[in-house]
Design a protein around this ligand. Sequence first.
Ligand code: HEC
Length: 99
Amino acid sequence: MKKLLMTAVTASFLFSASASAMEAPAKSVTCVGCHGATGNSMVPNFPNLAGQHATYLEKQLKDFRDGFRKNATMAPFVKGLTDKEITDLAAFYAAQTAK
Ligand code: HEC
């Protein structure tokens, strides 16, 4: 897990510059390592977020945060996100193109 986290953090610095058109929300730097800079994940275990409906993404993030959807990998990254940050993240990934 530690190694995965380091990879996520390192990757977020490498890829954060290449996000497209809509400016990536500040909080998305922690998501990049797993979900890719534009929500197109490079690892099959991590779901693609690009082009997914914003309403769906928003609901999943709130469900993870509030404990209705349980996943040990995601939990630490949504903990403490505000509703506004979640809305911004959802809008950002929804606006990306699925590859
Ligand atoms: C360490 C890797 C990792 C990081 C970092 C991470 N995620 Fe995830 N994410 C996952 C995994 C694994 C799943 C699938 C969870 C499951 O099986 O329920 C997931 C699921 C999701 C889902 C649900 C997708 C769906 O189709 O239902 C959303 C939305 C999401 N992540 C957004 C984010 C956001 C936004 C961030 C940053 C704040 C983030 N993730 C950070 C690994 C990660």
